[in-house]
Design a binder for this molecule. Structure first.
Ligand code: ADP
Length: 634
């Protein structure tokens, strides 16, 4: 089955990079943008609600101050019409004599003082001042023609004349209220009262209130801020400007426009306006924004506008916006920190789990390994047991072999032993017979000599059998042997054969203590010397045997050398093999060298063979010393 190779294709690298890019660059950017956005939104919302609250408060204040202005103006509304009731005024208008004028002047003067108005005066229907309260003053209106004044023109037509303007004589601003004086349904003159309204402005200033009153032409006639006074709140058309210039309502005042830097209509009668700051003592800002609330003043064509500064509100909104931004930034920071912490905890948990898993695996492996070790340990123990058993079997076999070898050697020696024992036995028989006869004769001396000889012969026979017994006895791997004694014992055992062959012995040995059982050493020596004697017998004219010893580190090296015929190369290969023998018939068993080598090895030494150039054979026995120190030659 063929697999689609595209299934195994790795994701494009861009996909792998994206999440990191998002986390490291886009996320902080997004947080910054959201912080700014939310801060701005907080600012706008706070400003919106602040404006609403401010507008509610402003509305109440506007109402209050509008009422105050209305009541202030209302106080004087009926005063001009009262002059209609004054007969002296009618008389003056009918007969403008000096007497009548003086009377009315004095009357008006008193009335003006009591009403606390600026001036009260009476005009005839042509607009000339007939009598006035300020008749004593140098700038008295008396005789002046005020027919150009709008309030006169309205009043002479029977309409109430309301007018705010600047006095053409005094140049003083004031509120003019005019009333057409009627007599029998006909207008005979006009009564005018001029009042100052500065008290209102002063009251606003004391209350730190920003407000202004604009008249029907849109000219600010009262303002808490003197710089705004006599400025138009809306653009004046050229016709209006000409009309106002003609009526001299505002005298020659330039009537500049009050130009707000910014204006935004929020609702009817409510707008947001921004002016350049004229009063930089209060605040050092370049511009000042207000919530402007306007309301009509009853019984007048005027509007009152209350200006509530937005500065504090904006500061508060900015604070709220900053607070929102900071809170969001903090929240974002906390969320990021929480997320990072969550990741760290997750990583730690994963690491701990991985560690736990690794630990479990390790424990599993340890358990497995322990099981294996235990099994192999058991196997090893089994092998050791088997090896020990094999060793025991081997040792037993070795012992058996040694024993067999010994017995074989005894068998081999039996002829010479028999010969050895037969001779003294025959001598004993002869001597004992002779001794009996010497005793019967009473020759005690000869009998005693014979008995002494018999004693010596018995001793010799005892030594021979003792040697045989000790040779036949089972030995062990432990123990130590005296080389001198072992050589003596071996030579003793083989003495008759040596004598028989007439071998010349060269003994160059040290009396050393060797780590081997005494009997075993004797047995090895008997084997080696016996073999040498066998080899030389009948082959060598003057047989010689060398027993040479030398120290070799912690061991002692004994050479048993003869000048026999040597060993042919073929036989050399099989020398240490059991039952290899070249001896004819019953003479050889082929166990001597095998046993000797194994006894030497069991004692921590070894047996080897050398073939000297001078001829013969040299068997080299290397055995460990009990005390590796030199001893005297023996
Ligand atoms: P056995 O003496 O019963 O033959 P050994 O193991 O003692 O058994 O000797 C094995 C053979 O080694 C002998 O048959 C002999 O041929 C040879 N051999 C041993 N010693 C000598 C020696 N000194 N010179 C010549 N041949 C020897």
């Amino acid at each position: 089955m063929k697999c689609d190779p595209t299934l195994y294709r790795g994701a494009p690298p861009s996909l792998a990079v994206k999440p990191r890019l998002l986390r490291h660059f886009l996320l902080p950017l997004l947080i910054i943008l959201m912080t700014i956005g939310l801060g701005y939104a907080g600012y706008r919302i706070s400003e919106h609600f602040g404006i609403r609250t401010l507008s509610e408060t402003g509305e109440r204040q506007l109402e209050l101050h509008a009422r105050t202005v209305e009541s202030e103006l209302g106080k004087y509304t009926y005063l001009p019409s009262l002059l209609e009731l004054e007969s002296s005024v009618s008389r003056l208008l009918a007969d403008p004599s000096v007497q009548n004028r003086v009377t009315v002047n004095q009357y008006l003067e008193g009335l003006n003082r009591r009403s606390r108005s600026r001036a009260i005066y009476v005009l005839d229907t042509t607009g000339r001042v007939m009598a006035t309260s300020n008749w004593r003053d140098t700038d008295s209106y008396l005789g002046e023609d005020l027919s150009f004044r709008a309030y006169f023109q309205d009043a002479v037509r029977g309409q109430p004349g309301r007018f705010y303007g600047i006095g053409s004589t005094s140049g003083e601003p004031g509120y003019y209220l005019a009333h057409g004086l009627e007599e029998q349904g006909k207008i005979i003159g006009v009564a005018v009262i001029k009042v100052r309204l500065e008290a209102l402005e002063e009251r606003w200033q004391r209350a730190r209130l920003e407000a202004y009153v604009s008249d029907e032409n849109g000219i600010i006639i009262l303002s808490s801020d003197p710089t705004r006074r006599l400025k138009s709140i809306r653009p004046l058309s050229p016709e209006t400007k000409e009309r106002l210039a003609r009526s001299l309502q505002y005298y020659w005042w330039p009537l500049n426009e009050l130009e707000p830097l910014e204006r935004e209509n929020l609702a009817t009668g409510v707008e947001k306006v921004t002016f350049a700051n004229n009063n930089q003592v209060v605040t050092d800002q370049q511009e000042v924004s207000y919530l402007a609330q306007t309301r009509k003043l009853n019984d007048t064509p005027w509007d009152i506008t209350l200006l509530s500064p937005l500065q504090d509100l904006r500061r508060e909104a900015a604070n709220q916006g900053t607070l929102v931004a900071v809170a969001f930034a903090l929240l974002a920071f906390l969320l990021i920190a929480w997320n990072e912490r969550r990741k760290v905890i997750a990583t730690r948990l994963a690491a701990r789990e991985a560690l736990q898993e690794a630990n479990n695996q390790l424990e599993r492996k340890i358990t497995e390994r322990t099981t294996h070790l235990r099994a192999s340990n058991e196997r090893l123990k089994g092998q050791i047991r088997e090896r020990r058993q094999a060793e025991d079997t081997l040792r037993r076999a070795q012992d058996e072999l040694v024993q067999a070898g010994k017995l074989a050697a005894i068998g081999q020696m039996s002829t010479s032993i028999a010969h050895e024992l037969n001779q003294p036995l025959a001598a004993l028989r002869t001597l004992s017979g002779n001794t009996v006869r010497f005793l019967e004769r009473g020759d005690l001396k000869v009998a005693a000599d014979n008995l002494s000889t018999i004693n010596n012969l018995v001793d010799r026979m005892g030594r021979i059998t003792a040697n045989l017994r000790s040779f036949a006895r089972r030995g062990d791997d432990q123990g130590q042997a005296s080389l001198g004694k072992a050589v003596d014992a071996a030579l003793q055992l083989l003495a008759s054969r040596m004598e028989e062959s007439g071998v010349q012995l060269h003994r160059e040995l040290n009396d050393v203590a060797l780590k081997i059982d005494q009997t075993r050493l004797e047995q090895i020596l008997v084997n080696l010397i016996g073999n040498a004697l066998d080899a030389m017998q009948g082959h060598t004219a003057s047989p010689q045997l060398w027993l040479e010893g030398e120290f070799n580190d912690s061991k002692y090296r004994l050479r048993v050398r003869d000048n026999g015929p040597g060993i042919d190369p073929e036989a050399r290969k099989h020398l240490f093999e059991p039952f290899f023998t070249t001896k004819p018939g019953e003479q050889g068993l082929g166990l001597g060298l095998t046993l000797s080598a194994s006894l030497a090895a069991a004692a921590g030494g070894n047996l080897s063979v050398e073939f000297p150039v001078s001829g013969g054979v040299a068997f080299v026995l290397l055995l460990p010393l009990v005390q590796p120190a030199k001893a005297e030659p023996i």
